[in-house]
Design a protein around this ligand. Structure first.
Ligand SMILES: Nc1ncnc2c1ncn2[C@@H]1O[C@H](COP(=O)(O)OP(=O)(O)OP(=O)(O)O)[C@@H](O)[C@H]1O
Ligand SMILES: [Mg+2]
Length: 182
């Protein structure tokens, strides 16, 4: 059975029909890419999946259960937005470790986990740089690594996320562990 299953999803913005019967499924460990022209509804689909938008029709099931009535914060999804929304005043390491800090992990645990994930996404050496001091691709990897701060098992990404998928997702899994479990 697919882990995530979207069936006949419909979404209207006022009178404009943005999604007209979108269906797709993704199994555990599968990497799925939504590919299509600008404005075709990729982000709208992901927003419905994450619970930021309520669809007007269709269903979204995770492991067989509809999640349409589950609020966004209980859906267990993480999102990397198309703009990376990095904190401009925080260094690369601070951006990545911020979620762990909120979850009250110890300083040494944050340092270890951030170090590990930075190595895996090949950001080591850039830990003290500010977002404006790194390239677009490096910012993208910071956003991906940072998103791993939550416990989200499923990580929809902005549609313009390009490549570099396998290793960062592996890295994300490490940061996603609860504090004290590293
Ligand atoms: N809040 C909104 N109100 C009205 N129309 C919207 C709104 N958000 C998106 N749309 C429209 O819905 C359609 C789908 O938008 P969506 O953001 O899902 O596209 P996309 O496939 O992600 O495009 P892109 O590749 O440019 O990011 C577009 O035509 C867009 O103009
Ligand atoms: Mg989009």
């Amino acid at each position: 059975m697919a882990t995530v299953e979207i069936t006949e999803l419909r979404k209207k913005y006022d009178d404009f029909l943005a999604l007209d019967g979108v269906s797709l499924s993704a199994g555990s460990g599968e990497l799925v890419t939504l590919l299509g022209p600008s404005g075709c509804g990729k982000s709208t689909t992901l927003r419905c999946l994450a619970g930021f938008l309520d669809p007007d029709g269709g269903d979204i099931r995770v492991e067989g259960e509809s999640i349409l009535r589950t609020p966004s914060n209980r859906r267990d999804f993480g999102v990397v937005f198309q703009n990376y929304a990095l904190f401009p005043h925080m260094t690369v390491a601070e951006n990545i470790g911020y979620g762990l800090k909120l979850r009250r992990c110890s300083k040494s645990e944050i340092a270890t986990r951030v170090y590990d994930v930075m190595k895996l996404v090949r950001l080591d050496g850039l830990r003290d740089r500010l977002p404006r001091e790194i390239s677009g691709g490096q910012q993208q990897r910071v956003a991906l690594a940072r998103r791993a701060d939550g416990d989200g098992r499923h990580r929809p990404r902005g549609a313009d996320f390009r490549g570099r998928a396998g290793r960062p997702i592996g890295a994300a899994g490490r940061l996603g562990q609860p504090c004290g479990d590293a």
